[in-house]
Ligand binder design. Structure first.
Ligand SMILES: C[S@@+](CC[C@H](N)C(=O)[O-])C[C@H]1O[C@@H](n2cnc3c(N)ncnc32)[C@H](O)[C@@H]1O
Length: 450
């Protein structure tokens, strides 16, 4: 592999690492190892085509190996591609079912989807991304993985300060950074590197951390991570933060073989930094990462409130009830949120979200059209097969054609009274199909077709 590290970069890390620096530079030149996570939110989640023979030691749901982005396992949200080091971040945050969690810099959603799989659809997870295009990718990954308890927002961290102070039990800031730890995965990014860029990233990170501090409840946990080596964006920033907020304390992170302590000598000699964690690719089978876990002292304040007005009109309730009666065994949803023509099973009914730019609040159930309700793909990706009245499992040929956008012609007239049927391939639900007159009409979203 050819990663053109600049002489300025090499000089900086030779000064910082001494004899070790050449080992780091040659590790950056080697191929990185791919990995993926499996998704416990899906039924039968370990029944996969991918081999689970090489588990990653520090997570129950991570495995080394390659995946195919066009496979049913990927399209139906059973797997998520993620490099191994990054998988430790959500494990360190350790979100639990029922907690209120914020992932402040969340796109494309590797950590959000990992956190959600630890919360088992209970509690509230807010995945926020400042960049609109990236927030849409985050939202589609949340959808693909069948996550129900997540609000996806597209805001700056500061926007949350108008209403969400002391709101969250756990916050992750997986900060925008100079990306030095990803050079071998993305050799193009080397071109943007300069010491000025590192310093501008460090400055931006301080602002994001200031917001995170305000949003964190007393007693809450804050995890800060980057995929860069630079002291400025890691130990120095943590030292700055701990000095500014004396009620924040570093918590020791368990280290597995190849993981190293944070470096006090890179952070104004603050000895607590040994409790933080570093992963360097010359020692660890993954990309370069830094993780620090902190806790705010004090007793949690109750800052939650609810507004239970779903906004559903009587006619729409009737249309939705009709859809449920025809197509589902029973109604699994108890809360609703009606926005424009769309119906959601919301992750939160807290009115404070009205002040934010919300892309998705919980599970998008579908859309009201003239005299009918049309279910959304998000609903099928989050449903259990036993909840549906009819499922049709496609053959290899039918699956290929359906992904292309073609309808499925059935040989015999099946006994389907239902218009909407769950479509699966290899027994994994991945889309709705609309049945009419011996044909399953293609309703696979255009943006997902291949
Ligand atoms: C390292 S990436 C996050 C990766 C993500 N956590 C994941 O695991 O998929 C950092 C994100 O921060 C966003 N970002 C950039 N500037 C920001 C700012 N000023 N405040 C908050 N987020 C910002 C970037 O758009 C980017 O998506």
């Amino acid at each position: 592999m050819n990663v053109n590290l600049s002489s300025e970069f090499k000089e900086k890390y030779t000064n910082l690492l001494g004899d070790r620096a050449p080992k780091l530079f040659s590790a950056i030149e080697t191929e990185s190892e791919n990995a993926f996570r499996i998704n416990p939110l899906k039924p039968g989640y370990k029944t996969l085509t991918e081999s689970l023979e090489r588990p990653i030691e520090y997570t129950d749901i991570g495995f080394y190996g390659d995946i195919d982005g066009n496979s049913i396992d990927h399209l139906s949200g059973y797997i998520y591609s993620q490099e191994p080091s990054a998988m430790y971040v959500a494990e360190v945050l350790d979100a639990k079912p029922g907690e209120t969690v914020l992932d402040l810099c969340a796109a494309p959603g590797s950590k959000t989807t990992h956190i959600a799989s630890k919360m088992a659809s209970e509690g509230l997870l807010v995945g926020n991304e400042i960049n609109y295009k990236r927030a849409k990718v985050l939202s589609s990954n949340v959808e693909r993985m069948g996550i129900r308890n997540t609000v996806v927002t597209n805001n700056s961290p500061k926007d949350f300060e108008k209403g969400f102070n002391n709101y969250f039990d756990k916050i992750l800031v997986d900060a925008p950074c100079s990306g030095e730890g990803m050079f071998r995965k993305d050799p193009e990014s080397v071109k943007y590197w300069s010491q000025e860029y590192v310093e501008s990233c460090a400055n931006r990170q301080k602002h994001i951390m200031d917001s995170a501090y305000k949003l964190l409840n007393n007693g809450g946990t804050f995890v800060y991570s980057t995929c860069t080596f630079s002291p400025e964006e890691n130990e120095e920033n943590i030292d700055y933060f701990l000095n500014k907020y004396p009620d924040m304390q570093i918590v020791e992170i368990k280290k597995y073989p190849g993981m190293e302590d944070g470096k006090p000598e890179w952070g104004n000699d603050n000895q607590n930094l040994t409790k933080a964690l570093r992963m360097f690719p010359d020692q660890f089978n993954g990309e370069g990462h830094f993780i620090c876990k902190m806790q705010k002292v004090g007793t949690a304040e109750n800052t939650k409130s609810r507004e239970l007005n779903s906004g559903m009109k009587k006619e729409d309730t009737q249309l939705f009830d009709k859809f449920i009666k025809q197509n589902l065994q029973e109604n699994p949803y108890s809360n609703y949120l009606h926005i424009a023509d769309y119906l959601y099973n919301p992750a939160s009914l807290d009115s404070r979200f009205k002040k934010l730019h919300v892309l998705r609040n919980g599970l998008k159930l579908g859309e009201f059209k003239k005299n009918r309700f049309e279910p959304d793909i998000a609903m099928i990706l989050a449903i259990e097969p036993k909840e549906l009245k009819i499922i049709y499992d496609l053959s290899d040929d039918q699956f290929g054609k359906y992904l292309h956008g073609e309808s499925v012609i059935l040989e015999k007239q099946p006994d389907f009274n239902n218009k909407w049927i769950g479509l699966s391939y290899q027994n994994k639900l991945f889309s709705w199909g609309r049945y009419s007159n011996k044909e399953i009409k293609n309703v696979y979203p255009k943006g997902l077709r291949r």
